[in-house]
Ligand binder design. Structure first.
Ligand SMILES: NC(=O)c1ccc[n+]([C@@H]2O[C@H](COP(=O)([O-])OP(=O)(O)OC[C@H]3O[C@@H](n4cnc5c(N)ncnc54)[C@H](OP(=O)(O)O)[C@@H]3O)[C@@H](O)[C@H]2O)c1
Length: 336
């Protein structure tokens, strides 16, 4: 069997914000399926901020993509050929390393079969996948909300943030979301019922947090780091919990930033700061997935996706993600 595969590879390592010419189209012919391998026709690509780290050589928790290699990332697809007894043609699978290509030939250990009756299949890389698990475990296991807590979440309209705010509402918190446009803020308030919203592009975050949380912030779910984090943490309440999930404001810096010193606020309020990587909770994903699917089906959770059509749009969409152009979970739908 010969399958022509079109893909997008890393041409050179981005410096600062990625640019279109850091990426390149390429093609290959896929042949020779070995025992244990399957070929997947990719249907949905998940574009996630952590992928920026994989494009650089800097030490991180993921291995860098080599120059000339396909851009790896989460994806959902259909098995079109299998030499593994556990997978048959037509099975829908999700994998973390399938990447920006039309077909992926992988060892079947690299994917998991998904149940298409649970929810639309692309939710396997969204609310029922890595971002959903991040919101669930980051909130409940790291931030430990209690009813009445003032909770603040940044990148609040994104894949993780939109869920953190809604889960925190289910947990009885008073939720403040920080996002980068009036449109996003309006959505958080009117559709997702967040209590307060802050547009960090035009509001003074420090002052607004003081106004919305006069007794302090009990929980800060940090998706962005940088100045926004400084402004929130400076308002931390006694025994506040800060879950450091991501620092997207830092991913494209070419020089380190200096900012406000927040240690005094952490010390005097006896606050705790904990960073986490979602994979820590892998053993418990199935429990969280069931709970999230129930809330989704009961319409207690609303899930917003930002869908872009065509593999060739992946580079510009990814660049847009780094600049806040996405509104909701960013997905690429491949031509079928
Ligand atoms: N720890 C883990 O295991 C784990 C797992 C998944 C994700 N994460 C992290 O969680 C964070 C959110 O991920 P996501 O998948 O939900 O992404 P996302 O929110 O869908 O997209 C990123 C959003 O971040 C905001 N942003 C970009 N640059 C910013 C800046 N300089 N300052 C403030 N906000 C900025 C933009 O929205 P605005 O328009 O609001 O600026 C953008 O839409 C990322 O930092 C990611 O790396 C961590």
């Amino acid at each position: 069997m010969n399958i022509k595969n079109n893909k997008i590879i890393l041409k050179k390592r981005p410096i600062g914000f990625p640019k279109l010419d850091d990426f390149e189209k390429a093609s290959e012919t896929i042949t020779n399926l070995n025992y244990g391998e399957i070929i997947i026709k990719v249907i949905w690509l998940s574009l996630d901020p952590y992928m920026r780290g994989r494009m650089s050589e800097a030490k991180s928790y993921t291995t860098p993509i080599k120059i000339g290699d396909v851009i790896t990332g989460g994806a959902v697809g259909k098995v079109v050929s299998s030499k593994c007894p556990n997978f048959k043609e037509g099975d829908i699978v999700e994998g973390f390393t399938l990447g920006w290509q039309e077909y992926a030939k992988v060892n079947s250990k690299m994917v998991r079969k998904i149940d298409p009756s649970l929810a639309p299949i692309q939710t396997a890389v969204g609310v029922l996948g890595m971002p959903g698990m991040t919101a669930y475990f980051g909130l409940f296991e790291i931030c430990k909300p209690v009813p009445g807590d003032n909770l603040v979440v940044s990148a609040a309209s994104g894949a993780v943030g939109q869920l953190v705010g809604q889960l925190a509402k289910i947990a009885g918190c008073n939720v403040t979301g920080i996002a980068g446009s009036d449109e996003k803020c309006q959505y958080l308030k009117e559709t997702l019922n967040f209590d307060n919203v802050i547009n960090y592009q035009k509001d003074n975050v420090f002052k607004k947090i003081k106004e919305y949380c006069p007794e302090g912030v009990n929980v800060y779910f940090d998706n962005v780091g940088g100045k926004i984090a400084d402004d929130v943490i400076s308002n931390i309440a006694p025994f506040g919990r800060i879950g450091v999930c991501g620092v997207i404001s830092q991913y494209n810096l070419t020089e380190m930033e200096t900012g406000m010193r927040v240690q005094r606020a952490v010390l005097t309020n006896q606050a705790s700061v904990e960073g986490f990587l979602v994979f820590r909770f892998e053993q418990k994903y199935s429990i969280a997935r069931k709970r999230m699917a129930n809330w989704l089906n009961q319409k207690k959770l609303i899930w917003k996706e930002d869908i872009v059509l065509g593999l060739e749009k992946a580079p510009e969409s990814f660049i847009g993600l780094m600049k806040g152009k996405n509104f909701g979970k960013l997905l690429i739908k491949l031509d079928s």
